[in-house]
Design a protein around this ligand. Structure first.
Ligand code: GLC
Length: 610
């Protein structure tokens, strides 16, 4: 096909459906024509290197589900001061064989309060403290040369109150007030408050703030300085779509679409997960398929388990390509605290029942808190009261339970609902910090094993395992945020400390905890990338282990059969698992066959048969 026809060809595939959805939502053909003009312009401006990638990925649309995809998420400034620093330190990622780099928000943001960059003041400018758009584009080029995909947040739900639109709204320009949800008095906000839950009940209660300058209430679901966009206004959709395409043309491979479920608001509802959200995601996806099909969408849907999968859309009408495996993450921490893998196994069973095409990001820690969104019915069927169990968990990870090995902090404790979430780095939550301060080598041993065990677990699932920067060297909590008035009310900064390069230098020192964890994670990644059985679309099924602390599951793809076995407790376990055929343990090379297995405390086995 002639290249000048490429856009037309792709548009023909998607235009009818796009028009249908757009007209249903906005009924404005002129605005749709504008949108298509914008799409064509971005197609024409797209660099040849990216167009080549588009064509390649059109041939293998599920490119991100390959076992070689292993991610790391980093704050450019915390990791290496700025974007130039990230370029210089790319070797750190390459040595670990990281192939997917999630750069945490780096676009222009307010100086002080910016929710870790999730309050964007300009979608087309990198924050000057972090670098320039030119540097971001260079980094994306460099990453592509090194087979590393770049992921960037697309903060779709809101802008900062310093964004040009917000400034013009404050100045009284109605056109811009209409891009947000602004109200003259509190009567409509009061109606919304009756049914809309709060995201930060403690640090940012309510869903509206009053802006003195504008003399109006404005919806701000997250923080008061994050103003919710009004997606009922087609100008908002068109401009945000253009921002997305602009960033795609900078060379972003994957967009983490932030807080997706929140983008459509409706009185009398929770303003979460409404059908229009799906139309908007579908439209954005179709635009990308026309302009930049190399791009994939990763939806940030931190919702109850049954509310997550719908964001993949349907087979004929897909929406997100990748979603976060948020419940599995919470179940992992639940298993460590209770030494009981039952919920985790049930969660895996639920995941295994989903279509194999669904690709998830698997992770143990990220920049956010751990929300205890376990399946309440599953918790009840274990004879536990969901609220009491949640209280146990958040106290455990704050180090307030006598049985706890963790050091962490509560996040957004709500005295009314008694809900709270947990913060802390993986290592601190696994016991490394406590063992360090108590100078207890035995506890340290167990803590390090926990840290590696849960990374081994996520590295053996299908999908994309993503390591939170710092966890590869078992970095501890950083309490300095408590002294910083801009951060002290947000305990998530506990696990957003600077990357400690002085500790990273110890990875080659024999016996250092950094070296031990780093080597273990590097081996996990190496082995994973060598086997197709870790591809997202492999068949997976859990096994019965006859021990509530031990999880086992099997994966199959092609001629490969993999069995992963994980001991989630500090006791040695004899497990009555039988192997009719011999398997090879992938790290030690040991042959495993016959009846019975012994697992050391927190030991994991990766068994393979080809
Ligand atoms: C997402 C981010 C979180 C942020 C919120 C508001 O949930 O992960 O860090 O506070 O969106 O943008």
């Amino acid at each position: 096909m002639k290249q000048e026809q490429e856009f037309e060809y792709r548009s023909r595939l998607y235009y009818d459906e796009l028009k249908w959805l757009y007209m249903e939502l906005y009924g404005n053909k002129a605005m749709l024509d504008d949108l298509m003009e914008t799409a064509r312009r971005f197609y024409e401006e797209r660099k040849p290197r990216l167009k080549r990638l588009d064509r390649k990925r059109e041939q293998s649309p599920a490119w991100y589900g390959n076992s070689s995809m292993v991610g790391m998420m980093v704050y450019a400034d915390q990791f290496a001061h700025d974007l130039a620093g990230v370029q210089e330190h790319l070797d750190h990622l390459k040595q670990l064989k990281v192939s997917y780099l999630h750069l945490m928000p780096l676009l222009k943001m307010p100086k002080d309060h910016n929710d870790g960059g999730y309050a964007v003041s300009d979608f087309r400018q990198v924050d000057e403290r972090i670098g320039t758009m030119e540097q971001l584009s260079q980094l994306a080029d460099l990453c592509q040369k090194n087979h590393i995909s770049v992921c960037l947040d697309f903060v779709i739900n809101h802008t900062s109150n310093e964004h040009e639109w917000a400034l013009r709204a404050k100045n009284g320009e109605k056109e811009y007030q209409d891009r947000y949800l602004c109200f003259d008095d509190y009567s409509i906000p009061a109606e919304y408050e009756k049914t809309t839950p709060q995201v930060f009940p403690n640090t940012n209660p309510g869903n509206f703030i009053y802006d003195e300058q504008m003399g109006k209430y404005v919806m701000s679901t997250f923080h008061g300085y994050q103003w919710d966009l009004n997606y009922r206004n087609p100008a908002v959709f068109n401009e945000m779509a253009a921002n997305l395409l602009f960033l795609a043309n900078v060379g972003i491979d994957v967009f983490r679409v932030d807080a997706v479920p929140y983008i459509w608001k409706q009185l009398g509802t929770t303003s979460r997960n409404l059908p229009q959200v799906h139309s908007i995601m579908r439209m954005l996806r179709m635009l990308c398929k026309m302009v930049c099909p190399a791009v994939a969408f990763k939806g940030e849907v931190v919702m109850a388990p049954h509310e997550v999968a719908p964001y993949f859309g349907s087979v004929g009408k897909p929406e997100c390509d990748i979603l976060y495996n948020v419940t599995t993450m919470a179940c992992v921490w639940n298993s460590l605290a209770t030494r009981d893998v039952t919920l985790l196994k049930w969660q895996m069973d639920a995941m295994d029942a989903l279509p194999r095409e669904y690709t998830f990001v698997n992770y143990v820690r990220c920049h956010d808190d751990i929300g205890w969104g376990l399946d309440e019915n599953a918790v009840r069927s274990l004879g536990l009261d969901p609220l009491e169990h949640k209280k146990f968990l958040y106290r455990f990870y704050a180090g307030d339970d006598p049985s706890s090995f963790a050091r962490g902090r509560l996040y957004n404790y709500d005295p009314v609902s008694q809900d709270a979430r947990s913060c802390g780095t993986c290592a601190s939550l696994c016991g490394v910090e406590k063992a360090f301060w108590e100078d207890d080598p035995q506890e340290m041993e167990l803590a390090l094993r926990r840290h590696v065990l849960i990374h081994a677990y996520i590295a053996s699932l299908g999908g994309i395992p993503v390591i939170y920067s710092g966890d590869e060297i078992a970095q501890l909590n950083d309490y300095s945020y408590e002294q910083d008035p801009k951060k002290s009310d947000d305990a998530r900064f506990l696990h957003r400390g600077e990357f400690r390069w002085q500790d990273a230098a110890l990875i080659h020192k024999p016996g250092s905890r950094e070296g031990r964890v780093y080597a273990a994670l590097r081996d996990l990644i190496r082995v994973r990338t060598e086997h197709k059985v870790f591809d997202a679309d492999a068949w997976e099924h859990t096994w019965e282990t006859f021990d509530k602390s031990v999880l086992a599951f099997e994966r199959r793809k092609g001629t490969e059969r993999f069995v992963g076995i994980y001991n989630f407790c500090e006791e040695k376990k004899d497990i009555p698992l039988g192997f009719n055929e011999a398997f090879t343990e992938l790290f030690s090379g040991r042959r495993v066959s016959g009846m019975g297995l012994t697992l050391e405390p927190y030991e994991y086995l990766w068994l393979l048969r080809t």
